[in-house]
Structures are given as C-alpha cells and as structure tokens.
Design a protein. Structure first.
Length: 201
C-alpha cells in the first residue's frame, strides 16, 4: 500500500482513502454545495475501476501530507480508491470572499512548494523530491505538482496534487500510488483537475 510513511506523513493510497470516508455522509452533499469528481473522472487505472466514498463535511482523516494542516473545519471532502494501491482525495473549501479564496489557494500552493523539504525535515528516513507541472487555464487557474517519497525500509510512492479556484471556491485534488515520477499519470491528472474546477459550481 502507498500509505506506509510514518510519523504523521500521510500519502494517499487505498488505505488512506478508505479511512478518509469513515465519517460517513453529511449535509454537505445537499443542493447548492460544490459538485465533486465522479469516479470515472479520475485518472484511469489499468486493471481496476475507481469507487468513491460519500461527500463528507469537515477535514479528511487522515490529513493529506504537506497541505493537511492548512485545511479548515469548513472543508468538504470525498475520497476515492481502486482495488489496488491507488487512492485519491478531493477537498473543497467555500470562502466568504474571493480575496479569502485567493489567499487560501496561495497558502496551499506555498505548502506544496515546500513539500519535499518539509517531509524530510519531519522524518529522516524519508527522501523526497518534487516537480511543478505548471498552471492550467481553467476558471481562475489551477496548479499541478508531483511529489515522490522513498523510505529507508523500501516504500516508494508518487503523489500528484492540484490546487484550483473558481471565484470564492478552492479545491485540492490528490492522487497517489506506489511508484516513482515515471508512474505519474500527469496528463490524465491534469484532465481530472480541469474537470474538478469546472464542476465547482
């Protein structure tokens, strides 16, 4: 499984995706809330279909690595998994103003910019590298990142992140599985990100 990093470093994998939806359903799925990705809109898996948990109010549990501390209590999230070692998470926050949304998106991007360094500071048994895959032209924009972590005990995981905004709404999408940058489905993840931002309202 790709959730093997200890000491609070959460890499979204199948186990993490399941844990993130244990809280169950909530009123967040009611009319007027942002729409979330459907399983079919995630990067396609070669041998397993995606399934999705309920749309759930509050912070995901466990929190996603690097950006988890920034997620407020007003977050709404949905977790996804395949039958193998691949998981995903979408977290959406509706702010009171466009400026607050802009500031929140900037905070998430700042956390992602320093993700690899933070992971290695938190756990000396982890080696991390990251890449920035650019800005996508959708609504107010979305930014895509990749983070590879390798542990001394042999775990190797690749995670993709994106932060997008539409007006007062910010969404974070994370996808993760065992592997390296060579296993990152960058083009597919960018397509997923565009769909996520377009679906916010």
């Amino acid at each position: 499984m790709s959730m093997r990093i200890s000491r609070g470093l959460c890499v979204v994998g199948a186990g993490a995706a399941v844990a993130a939806v244990v809280a169950g359903t909530s009123p967040a799925a009611a009319a007027g809330s942002p729409r979330f990705l459907s399983p079919s809109e995630l990067p396609p898996h070669a041998t397993s279909a995606w399934t999705a948990g309920p749309v759930t109010a509050g912070q995901p549990d466990p929190l996603p690595m690097c950006v988890g501390d920034a997620l407020p209590s007003i977050s709404v999230h949905r977790a996804y998994r395949t039958d193998l070692d691949t998981g995903a998470l979408q977290v959406t926050v509706v702010e009171r103003s466009e400026q607050r949304a802009k500031d929140f998106a900037a905070l998430l991007r700042k956390d992602l910019d320093g993700c690899a360094k933070k992971l290695m500071e938190q756990d000396p048994e982890i080696t991390a590298q990251q890449k920035y895959y650019g800005k996508l032209n959708v609504e107010e924009g979305a930014h895509v990142y990749g983070v590879h972590t390798e542990a001394t005990w042999g775990a190797s995981d690749i995670n993709m992140f994106s932060v997008g905004r539409d007006g007062t709404t910010v969404t974070l999408v994370q996808w993760g599985q065992m592997g390296t940058f060579a296993d990152a489905q960058v083009a597919d993840f960018k397509t997923t990100t565009v769909k996520a931002v377009n679906k916010l309202y």
